[in-house]
Write a protein that binds this ligand. Structure first.
Ligand SMILES: NC(=O)c1ccc[n+]([C@@H]2O[C@H](COP(=O)([O-])OP(=O)(O)OC[C@H]3O[C@@H](n4cnc5c(N)ncnc54)[C@H](OP(=O)(O)O)[C@@H]3O)[C@@H](O)[C@H]2O)c1
Length: 286
Protein backbone atom coordinates (compact mmCIF):
# COMPACT_ATOMS: atom_id res chain seq x y z
CA UNK A 1 0.00 0.00 0.00
CA UNK A 2 1.32 3.43 -0.97
CA UNK A 3 1.14 6.54 1.16
CA UNK A 4 -1.64 9.10 1.22
CA UNK A 5 -0.25 12.63 1.06
CA UNK A 6 -2.06 15.93 1.55
CA UNK A 7 -0.44 19.22 0.48
CA UNK A 8 -1.40 22.66 1.76
CA UNK A 9 -0.44 25.52 -0.55
CA UNK A 10 -0.59 23.21 -3.56
CA UNK A 11 -1.35 26.11 -5.94
CA UNK A 12 1.84 28.03 -5.05
CA UNK A 13 5.31 28.08 -6.56
CA UNK A 14 6.64 25.09 -4.60
CA UNK A 15 3.29 23.34 -4.12
CA UNK A 16 2.46 23.15 -7.84
CA UNK A 17 5.73 21.39 -8.64
CA UNK A 18 5.45 19.11 -5.60
CA UNK A 19 1.93 17.99 -6.56
CA UNK A 20 3.09 17.24 -10.10
CA UNK A 21 6.09 15.29 -8.89
CA UNK A 22 4.19 13.24 -6.25
CA UNK A 23 1.48 12.29 -8.75
CA UNK A 24 4.20 10.45 -10.70
CA UNK A 25 5.70 8.72 -7.64
CA UNK A 26 4.80 5.04 -7.40
CA UNK A 27 5.35 4.94 -3.62
CA UNK A 28 2.43 7.34 -3.23
CA UNK A 29 -1.11 6.07 -3.59
CA UNK A 30 -3.09 9.26 -3.22
CA UNK A 31 -2.23 12.97 -3.48
CA UNK A 32 -4.68 15.62 -2.38
CA UNK A 33 -4.05 19.37 -2.67
CA UNK A 34 -7.09 21.27 -1.43
CA UNK A 35 -7.32 24.89 -2.55
CA UNK A 36 -7.09 27.75 -0.04
CA UNK A 37 -10.89 27.96 -0.15
CA UNK A 38 -11.30 24.26 0.64
CA UNK A 39 -8.60 24.33 3.32
CA UNK A 40 -8.30 27.81 4.80
CA UNK A 41 -5.42 27.99 7.25
CA UNK A 42 -7.19 30.73 9.18
CA UNK A 43 -10.12 28.42 10.00
CA UNK A 44 -9.65 25.54 12.45
CA UNK A 45 -12.88 23.97 11.24
CA UNK A 46 -11.81 24.09 7.59
CA UNK A 47 -8.41 22.50 8.35
CA UNK A 48 -9.97 19.77 10.52
CA UNK A 49 -12.63 19.01 7.88
CA UNK A 50 -10.10 18.61 5.03
CA UNK A 51 -7.64 16.55 7.07
CA UNK A 52 -10.42 14.44 8.62
CA UNK A 53 -11.81 13.65 5.19
CA UNK A 54 -8.55 12.36 3.72
CA UNK A 55 -6.79 11.00 6.84
CA UNK A 56 -3.39 11.30 5.10
CA UNK A 57 -0.21 9.58 6.23
CA UNK A 58 1.70 12.82 5.65
CA UNK A 59 0.63 16.46 5.40
CA UNK A 60 3.19 18.50 3.48
CA UNK A 61 2.39 21.91 4.92
CA UNK A 62 3.62 24.47 2.41
CA UNK A 63 0.72 26.95 2.49
CA UNK A 64 1.70 30.31 4.00
CA UNK A 65 1.25 34.05 3.64
CA UNK A 66 4.55 34.72 1.87
CA UNK A 67 4.34 38.46 1.09
CA UNK A 68 7.25 39.55 3.24
CA UNK A 69 6.61 43.32 3.09
CA UNK A 70 2.82 43.06 3.47
CA UNK A 71 3.35 40.95 6.62
CA UNK A 72 5.02 43.99 8.28
CA UNK A 73 1.76 45.93 7.89
CA UNK A 74 -0.48 43.11 9.08
CA UNK A 75 1.21 40.99 11.77
CA UNK A 76 -2.19 39.77 12.94
CA UNK A 77 -2.83 38.07 9.59
CA UNK A 78 0.78 36.79 9.32
CA UNK A 79 0.60 35.06 12.70
CA UNK A 80 -2.94 33.82 12.04
CA UNK A 81 -2.05 32.13 8.74
CA UNK A 82 1.57 31.08 9.35
CA UNK A 83 1.57 30.45 13.10
CA UNK A 84 -1.95 29.53 14.20
CA UNK A 85 -2.67 27.92 10.81
CA UNK A 86 0.21 25.53 11.45
CA UNK A 87 -1.16 24.80 14.94
CA UNK A 88 -4.46 23.80 13.31
CA UNK A 89 -2.67 21.57 10.79
CA UNK A 90 -0.65 19.84 13.53
CA UNK A 91 -3.69 19.39 15.79
CA UNK A 92 -5.73 17.94 12.91
CA UNK A 93 -2.78 15.66 12.06
CA UNK A 94 -2.63 14.49 15.68
CA UNK A 95 -6.31 13.56 15.57
CA UNK A 96 -6.00 11.28 12.54
CA UNK A 97 -2.43 10.02 13.07
CA UNK A 98 -0.73 11.99 10.25
CA UNK A 99 2.82 13.26 10.27
CA UNK A 100 3.58 16.80 9.17
CA UNK A 101 6.37 18.20 7.00
CA UNK A 102 6.48 21.99 7.44
CA UNK A 103 8.30 24.17 4.91
CA UNK A 104 10.12 27.04 6.62
CA UNK A 105 12.59 29.73 5.69
CA UNK A 106 16.04 31.31 6.08
CA UNK A 107 14.17 34.36 7.45
CA UNK A 108 14.02 32.65 10.88
CA UNK A 109 17.67 33.73 11.30
CA UNK A 110 18.90 37.25 12.04
CA UNK A 111 21.30 37.39 9.07
CA UNK A 112 24.37 38.41 11.10
CA UNK A 113 26.28 35.12 10.88
CA UNK A 114 29.64 34.92 9.10
CA UNK A 115 29.30 31.25 8.24
CA UNK A 116 26.42 29.15 6.85
CA UNK A 117 23.61 28.57 9.35
CA UNK A 118 23.31 25.07 10.74
CA UNK A 119 19.97 23.57 11.77
CA UNK A 120 20.86 24.03 15.47
CA UNK A 121 21.95 27.67 15.28
CA UNK A 122 20.14 30.30 17.30
CA UNK A 123 17.11 31.70 15.48
CA UNK A 124 16.27 35.42 15.68
CA UNK A 125 13.91 36.65 12.99
CA UNK A 126 14.06 40.35 12.10
CA UNK A 127 10.77 40.46 10.20
CA UNK A 128 7.13 39.73 10.96
CA UNK A 129 7.16 37.13 8.18
CA UNK A 130 10.20 35.38 9.69
CA UNK A 131 8.73 35.50 13.19
CA UNK A 132 5.41 34.10 11.97
CA UNK A 133 7.14 31.25 10.12
CA UNK A 134 9.15 30.53 13.28
CA UNK A 135 5.85 30.49 15.19
CA UNK A 136 4.77 27.74 12.76
CA UNK A 137 7.97 25.77 13.50
CA UNK A 138 7.19 26.02 17.21
CA UNK A 139 3.80 24.36 16.65
CA UNK A 140 5.29 21.15 15.21
CA UNK A 141 5.91 17.96 17.21
CA UNK A 142 9.28 16.19 17.61
CA UNK A 143 8.04 13.50 15.20
CA UNK A 144 7.38 16.09 12.47
CA UNK A 145 9.77 17.29 9.80
CA UNK A 146 10.81 20.92 9.32
CA UNK A 147 12.54 21.87 6.07
CA UNK A 148 14.09 25.36 5.85
CA UNK A 149 14.97 26.68 2.42
CA UNK A 150 16.01 29.97 0.79
CA UNK A 151 15.76 32.13 -2.37
CA UNK A 152 13.32 29.76 -4.10
CA UNK A 153 12.88 29.77 -7.90
CA UNK A 154 10.95 27.36 -10.08
CA UNK A 155 8.76 26.92 -13.11
CA UNK A 156 5.52 28.00 -11.43
CA UNK A 157 4.53 31.32 -9.86
CA UNK A 158 6.54 34.51 -9.67
CA UNK A 159 10.22 34.53 -8.77
CA UNK A 160 13.54 36.25 -9.43
CA UNK A 161 14.48 33.96 -12.35
CA UNK A 162 11.36 35.04 -14.24
CA UNK A 163 11.92 38.69 -13.33
CA UNK A 164 15.48 38.52 -14.66
CA UNK A 165 14.37 36.98 -17.97
CA UNK A 166 11.85 39.82 -18.33
CA UNK A 167 14.49 42.47 -17.51
CA UNK A 168 17.00 40.94 -19.92
CA UNK A 169 14.50 41.26 -22.76
CA UNK A 170 13.39 44.74 -21.72
CA UNK A 171 16.88 46.18 -22.34
CA UNK A 172 18.60 48.87 -20.26
CA UNK A 173 20.62 48.58 -17.07
CA UNK A 174 19.38 47.17 -13.78
CA UNK A 175 20.65 47.51 -10.24
CA UNK A 176 20.99 44.57 -7.86
CA UNK A 177 22.34 44.36 -4.32
CA UNK A 178 25.83 43.02 -3.93
CA UNK A 179 25.96 42.85 -0.14
CA UNK A 180 23.11 40.42 0.59
CA UNK A 181 24.51 36.90 0.54
CA UNK A 182 22.46 33.73 0.24
CA UNK A 183 21.85 30.69 -1.94
CA UNK A 184 19.28 30.21 -4.69
CA UNK A 185 17.24 27.03 -4.36
CA UNK A 186 15.68 25.54 -7.47
CA UNK A 187 12.26 24.05 -6.76
CA UNK A 188 12.88 20.75 -8.59
CA UNK A 189 15.93 20.06 -6.35
CA UNK A 190 14.03 21.09 -3.22
CA UNK A 191 11.08 18.87 -4.11
CA UNK A 192 13.16 15.76 -4.74
CA UNK A 193 15.20 16.18 -1.55
CA UNK A 194 12.13 16.94 0.58
CA UNK A 195 10.31 13.93 -0.91
CA UNK A 196 13.21 11.63 -0.09
CA UNK A 197 13.19 12.92 3.51
CA UNK A 198 9.53 12.30 4.18
CA UNK A 199 9.39 8.99 2.28
CA UNK A 200 12.26 7.75 4.46
CA UNK A 201 10.36 8.88 7.56
CA UNK A 202 12.83 11.51 8.79
CA UNK A 203 11.90 13.99 11.52
CA UNK A 204 13.49 17.14 12.97
CA UNK A 205 14.94 20.20 11.24
CA UNK A 206 16.71 19.97 7.87
CA UNK A 207 18.14 22.77 5.75
CA UNK A 208 17.66 22.24 2.01
CA UNK A 209 19.21 24.77 -0.33
CA UNK A 210 21.43 24.39 -3.37
CA UNK A 211 25.19 24.35 -2.75
CA UNK A 212 27.37 27.45 -2.76
CA UNK A 213 26.66 31.08 -1.95
CA UNK A 214 26.30 34.29 -3.89
CA UNK A 215 24.67 37.75 -4.04
CA UNK A 216 21.62 38.89 -6.01
CA UNK A 217 24.04 40.95 -8.17
CA UNK A 218 25.96 37.79 -9.12
CA UNK A 219 22.74 35.86 -9.73
CA UNK A 220 21.51 38.58 -12.08
CA UNK A 221 24.80 38.63 -14.00
CA UNK A 222 24.76 34.83 -14.21
CA UNK A 223 21.24 34.78 -15.66
CA UNK A 224 22.06 37.51 -18.20
CA UNK A 225 25.13 35.56 -19.33
CA UNK A 226 23.06 32.38 -19.73
CA UNK A 227 20.59 34.33 -21.88
CA UNK A 228 23.40 35.69 -24.07
CA UNK A 229 22.90 39.21 -22.71
CA UNK A 230 25.67 41.57 -21.58
CA UNK A 231 26.19 41.06 -17.81
CA UNK A 232 27.59 44.62 -17.63
CA UNK A 233 23.95 45.75 -17.83
CA UNK A 234 23.71 44.64 -14.18
CA UNK A 235 25.03 47.29 -11.81
CA UNK A 236 25.94 46.67 -8.17
CA UNK A 237 24.31 48.60 -5.34
CA UNK A 238 24.39 48.24 -1.58
CA UNK A 239 21.43 47.54 0.67
CA UNK A 240 21.70 51.06 2.12
CA UNK A 241 20.87 52.45 -1.35
CA UNK A 242 17.64 50.43 -1.54
CA UNK A 243 14.30 51.93 -0.65
CA UNK A 244 10.74 50.71 -0.77
CA UNK A 245 11.14 47.51 1.27
CA UNK A 246 9.27 47.49 4.57
CA UNK A 247 10.86 44.27 5.79
CA UNK A 248 14.65 44.20 6.16
CA UNK A 249 16.25 41.46 4.05
CA UNK A 250 18.78 39.22 5.82
CA UNK A 251 22.32 40.35 4.94
CA UNK A 252 23.54 36.76 5.18
CA UNK A 253 21.25 33.75 4.99
CA UNK A 254 23.31 30.89 3.61
CA UNK A 255 21.97 27.58 4.95
CA UNK A 256 24.29 24.66 5.68
CA UNK A 257 22.60 21.36 4.74
CA UNK A 258 24.40 19.79 7.67
CA UNK A 259 21.62 17.38 8.79
CA UNK A 260 21.03 16.22 5.21
CA UNK A 261 24.68 15.30 4.65
CA UNK A 262 24.99 13.82 8.14
CA UNK A 263 22.01 11.56 7.46
CA UNK A 264 23.79 10.09 4.45
CA UNK A 265 21.51 11.80 1.93
CA UNK A 266 22.76 13.50 -1.22
CA UNK A 267 23.56 17.20 -0.93
CA UNK A 268 22.02 19.47 -3.55
CA UNK A 269 23.81 20.48 -6.78
CA UNK A 270 25.66 23.80 -7.09
CA UNK A 271 23.19 26.67 -7.53
CA UNK A 272 24.79 27.58 -10.88
CA UNK A 273 24.08 24.14 -12.39
CA UNK A 274 20.46 24.05 -11.31
CA UNK A 275 19.73 27.70 -12.12
CA UNK A 276 21.22 27.24 -15.61
CA UNK A 277 18.78 24.35 -16.16
CA UNK A 278 15.83 26.39 -14.92
CA UNK A 279 16.71 29.39 -17.10
CA UNK A 280 17.01 27.14 -20.17
CA UNK A 281 13.57 25.70 -19.38
CA UNK A 282 11.93 29.07 -18.72
CA UNK A 283 13.53 30.87 -21.66
CA UNK A 284 12.76 27.95 -23.99
CA UNK A 285 9.11 27.92 -22.90
CA UNK A 286 8.43 31.51 -24.01
N1 LIG B 1 9.61 31.69 -2.07
C1 LIG B 1 10.71 31.64 -1.33
O1 LIG B 1 11.75 32.21 -1.68
C2 LIG B 1 10.70 30.85 -0.03
C3 LIG B 1 11.90 30.79 0.70
C4 LIG B 1 11.91 30.05 1.87
C5 LIG B 1 10.77 29.41 2.31
N2 LIG B 1 9.61 29.51 1.60
C6 LIG B 1 8.41 28.82 2.12
O2 LIG B 1 8.00 27.89 1.14
C7 LIG B 1 6.59 27.75 1.15
C8 LIG B 1 6.07 27.86 -0.27
O3 LIG B 1 6.47 29.10 -0.83
P1 LIG B 1 5.96 29.53 -2.28
O4 LIG B 1 7.02 30.38 -2.86
O5 LIG B 1 5.47 28.33 -3.00
O6 LIG B 1 4.72 30.46 -1.87
P2 LIG B 1 3.51 30.97 -2.76
O7 LIG B 1 3.77 30.78 -4.21
O8 LIG B 1 3.17 32.33 -2.24
O9 LIG B 1 2.31 29.98 -2.38
C9 LIG B 1 1.65 30.07 -1.13
C10 LIG B 1 0.55 29.03 -1.09
O10 LIG B 1 -0.09 29.15 0.18
C11 LIG B 1 -1.50 29.26 -0.03
N3 LIG B 1 -2.10 30.07 1.01
C12 LIG B 1 -1.85 31.36 1.31
N4 LIG B 1 -2.66 31.76 2.31
C13 LIG B 1 -3.43 30.69 2.64
C14 LIG B 1 -4.46 30.48 3.61
N5 LIG B 1 -4.86 31.45 4.44
N6 LIG B 1 -5.06 29.27 3.66
C15 LIG B 1 -4.66 28.27 2.83
N7 LIG B 1 -3.68 28.40 1.91
C16 LIG B 1 -3.07 29.60 1.82
C17 LIG B 1 -1.64 29.92 -1.40
O11 LIG B 1 -2.93 29.66 -1.93
P3 LIG B 1 -3.64 30.78 -2.88
O12 LIG B 1 -2.76 30.86 -4.08
O13 LIG B 1 -4.98 30.24 -3.15
O14 LIG B 1 -3.63 32.03 -2.07
C18 LIG B 1 -0.52 29.22 -2.17
O15 LIG B 1 -0.97 27.96 -2.63
C19 LIG B 1 6.07 28.80 2.12
O16 LIG B 1 5.73 28.14 3.33
C20 LIG B 1 7.23 29.75 2.33
O17 LIG B 1 7.21 30.31 3.62
C21 LIG B 1 9.55 30.21 0.43
Amino acid sequence: MGLKVMITGGSGQVGSELVKSLLGNDRIEDVSAPSSEELSLSSRESVFDSVGLMRPDWIIHIGAWTQVDACEDNPEKAFLVNGLGTRFVVQAAEQVGSRVCYLSTDYVFDGTSRRPYREWDQVGPRTVYGASKLAGEMETRPSDLIVRTSWVMGVFGQNMAKTLIRLARAGGTHRFVKDQIGTPTIVSDLVSSLTELFLEGHSGIFHISNSGQTSWYEVARFVFEKLGEDPERILPISTSELSGYKAPRPMYSVLDNCALRGSGLDDLPAWQDSLAGLIAKLAGAD
